[in-house]
Design a protein around this ligand. Structure first.
Ligand code: LFR
Length: 465
């Protein structure tokens, strides 16, 4: 009988339970459960419904039981930066804000009263994003200081779900680095920085590396879902998991983890916290085996997801791509402009940007989609140049992984704007990377290289350009 491994992979727009197993040296995947996700307005703030998400996590586990495919191991990964504060009885304090909530506006200036942006980058190597946990916690300090008085722990979202499953509190390294409070040198909390900012240091738990055991299901969870399982820490940051699954054994590959966000970069063994790197807005996120993901966060398919919501019908992404391809509009927007982070209407925002910059304004959603795809392609082209400048390397091929690797038209424009070959797939890289770390824990692979070689031979990779 095969051993089953379960990846619970929750992105900003949906979550899924993927069972993985090894058959004749190849990785087999089976999606057994899927559920929607998204930030919702609660009293004016954009929030996650963690209770509903945990309900879905358990529903998916029950599905395993029904199918008679009981995983021996499981791992959870989600988007980054968001967290819960827990009181002494492990109850969530306040709201579970989503990273697009605008309460962080102006919190950057508050942080810079304590430490300059330049010094902050030199200490953490993390790209400035107004939604990083460091700015979110400044919003707590400024607007809800009573929460800090009561807080005993801060857990990032996947760590919180692991706690609900096992009763064990862990803080996983890759996701912790996205708080912008971890040192890339010590790979631990930068307590001096935490003190400077006036955040309560006792809420930050000991950091564990991906590949560590969290524990078994608690008795209550075993009774509820009908089986026990070992919970492992994958790279709990979804991007960290996706990059584990790059289908190549080359050490210096260039990738785009393409989903709600497009994360474009490469792996490096040391963080580059230089001023030149900061000025290009490149980040050094912590990765599996301390391989830093040197990358840029690009607004990504969130822009298309938002346009899709405004359309009268629920068109498939494939159809949106086909329609976009037929358009002739040449306008380009800066995808990373903050105006696209959480606009009321994405089509209005794109139109306003084009008008403001004297370009042809899109007249309908198809033209808007065309502008977005081309703008992403253009942004990828600019970013590859910046990464090459900083690493002194040349990249011939771009590995596009994640759901966005199925967007044919985007792959074509990516090849066009970057002048490189695009190798697209696998679409389920995040879940695969999560599974690989569990399999590495279970000694099914000698090392990461062998695990990546397995991805390469198990999935079809399409080439463009
Ligand atoms: C992708 C991702 C990015 C992170 C953003 C916000 O899903 O995790 O890496 O910057 O979401 O958490």
């Amino acid at each position: 009988m095969s051993t089953y491994y379960l990846a619970i992979d929750i992105g900003a727009s949906s979550g899924r339970h993927m069972l993985g197993s090894l058959e004749n040296g190849k990785l087999k995947l089976e999606e057994i459960y899927r559920f929607p996700n998204g930030m919702k307005r609660v009293d004016g703030s954009l929030c996650w419904d963690v209770k509903a998400l945990f309900y879905e996590i358990k529903e998916g586990l029950k599905r395993c039981k029904e199918l008679g495919k009981i995983p021996s191991f499981l791992g959870i990964d989600t988007w980054a930066v968001d967290y819960v504060l827990l009181d002494q009885n492990d109850r969530i304090l306040g709201k579970t804000y989503g990273y697009r909530d605008d309460r962080t506006n102006g919190m950057d200036a508050k942080v810079y009263e304590e430490i300059s942006l330049k010094d902050l980058y030199a200490r953490t190597g993390i790209q400035k994003q107004i939604f990083n946990t460091i700015y979110q916690l400044m919003a707590v300090k400024q607007k809800e200081p009573e929460l800090f008085e009561k807080a005993k722990n801060m857990l990032l979202i996947p760590d919180y779900f692991n706690f609900l499953l096992t009763g064990e509190k862990r803080t996983e390294y890759t996701n912790a680095t996205t708080t912008q409070l971890v040192s890339p040198v010590s790979k631990d909390w930068d307590y001096e920085l935490i003190d400077m900012l006036g955040y309560p240091r006792e809420i930050f738990g000991t950091i564990s590396r991906p590949g560590a055991l969290v524990g078994n299901f608690s008795k209550e969870i075993q009774d509820e879902v009908g089986f026990d399982c070992q919970v492992i820490l994958p790279a709990t940051h979804d991007t960290g998991s996706a990059v584990v699954a790059i289908p190549t054994t080359e050490d210096n590959a260039l990738y785009i983890s393409s989903g709600t966000w497009s994360l474009m970069g490469t792996e490096r063994l040391e963080a580059d916290c230089s001023e030149e790197s900061r000025l290009r807005n490149l980040t050094n996120e912590g990765g599996y085996e301390y391989r830093f993901r040197y990358l840029k966060n690009i607004m990504g398919l969130w822009m298309i997801q938002s346009v899709r919501k405004e359309l009268a019908e629920e068109y498939s992404y494939g159809y949106i791509c086909e329609q976009a391809k037929k358009q002739k509009i040449p306008s380009i927007v800066d995808c990373n402009d903050d105006m696209f982070l959480a606009p009321e209407s994405m089509t209005d925002a794109v139109r306003a940007y084009c008008e403001k910059t004297g370009q042809q304004a899109p007249q309908d959603e198809w033209e808007t989609s065309a502008v977005i795809y081309n703008s992403l392609g253009k942004c990828y082209g600019d970013t590859i140049g910046q990464i090459e400048e900083m690493t002194g390397r040349q990249y011939d091929c771009i590995y596009v992984v994640g759901g966005g690797s199925n967007a044919e038209y985007l792959n074509q424009v990516t090849a066009k704007y970057t002048g490189r070959t695009v190798c697209a797939g696998p679409g389920e890289a995040t879940a695969i990377g999560n599974l690989l770390v569990q399999m590495l824990y279970d000694k099914k692979f000698r090392d990461l290289k062998e695990a990546r070689a397995c991805v390469k031979k198990s999935f079809e990779i399409k080439k463009f350009g």
